[in-house]
Write a protein that binds this ligand. Sequence first.
Ligand code: LLP
Length: 434
Amino acid sequence: MVTNSMNEAVQSPLSRWDELIGAIAAEVGTPFWLYDTAVIERQVRKLQSFDTLRFAQKANSNLAILKVMRRNGVLVDAVSIGEVDRAMAAGYALGGDPAEIVFTADLISRETLERLAALRIPVNCGSIDMIAQIGRVSPGHPVWLRLNPGFGHGHSAKTNTGGPLSKHGIWHTELPDALAAVEACGAHLVGLHMHIGSGAEYSHLARVAEAMVECAKGLARPIEAISAGGGLSVQYAPGDAEIDSQRYFSIWDEARKRLSDRWGTLVRLEIEPGRFLVANAGQLVAEVRAVKSVDGNVFVLLDAGFSDLMRPMAYGSFHHIRFVTSQGAPVRGAPVPVAVAGPLCESGDVFTQEEGGRVVFRTLPVPAVGDFAVIEDAGAYGASMSSNYNSRPLIPEVMIDGGAVTLIRRRQSIQELLQLEDPSILSIPHGLRE
Ligand code: LLP
């Protein structure tokens, strides 16, 4: 049995709400997501040195969360038309200097192209094809170039967004061709962008900033801005480093100053984190529904699975887990090795696993059926990556904002899922009928 002793976590800021868990569960049922905006606002303040803080909403795109970002002066990045619509629904305006909404992708579908052109939302282009496509339909369209500097970094191979095996960005040696494409279609180049995956290694970061300066030097004229992308790490497990935001800023500020000095113009510095702003601000709360011994191995089974939080299953990500009683007190008792798993009809539905799928055991007190399991640091890529696998409806999201506890997404119903397949509303385009 592989045991994992990393469960002695730093106290989660959300544990102060444990007493409310029973009451919230009685209202909305389990499982549910619980967010605390105070943690988001704390994280926002840490990045205030950057000229522009842009939230990568893929991490958590709930409208209420976007509104919290907006009221704190945080701009937004969108990676799909759905995310553009969300940003607008949350009150982000079109236009602005800097633009309130930027669209980042490596390709644009036809429908997306039309909408982005009509809305004139700046497009951060990860391929040369994109530049030509947007430039053709929208003359003078504002564009960024997302560059792959030739190397990357990530908490898993699946989140490494640089280097020759990454599909993201324009390969650095193709920059002259990208600039020629910008020129040819008369697009307006706003800035250069690099997002190469997450990590808290400052030597690596300095290399990225250096690559940015080198690429920018190849430009014929000054640009308005550079973007450091996202990827700022947070603490999931004890011993994980949270990024030193001032040090992070200094490295990028120095790069920006070199370009400003070179061109004699002010170059704006953007940063585009997702996880850093929301990961520690959210947790998944589930009910313990069974505790069983499998050849001596203790499995604690919850009513939440990887259809809700898929990070452990996708990347072997560590999330601290604690058990609380219905009164919100920590479950006590002699800690033993336990695996924590979900209800899905799939063996990989285990929250305590390493990358590659090996089940690991954590040393925890054994809860009883009816206690709650709190899976921490799940505010980023939790709800936003959930699915309807096993025909499980999406679960509610609850936000604590100051003194107010608000339901910010209700539970989806099975009827809503079935409606999409209702034969009476389905029609095949006319030409295909014969
Ligand atoms: N900007 C761009 C262009 C990105 O591709 C990403 C993330 C971000 C910003 C924000 O990265 P962050 O600061 O959140 O690390 N599902 C994975 C993470 C995928 C990240 C994809 N791109 C996870 O759960 O860890």
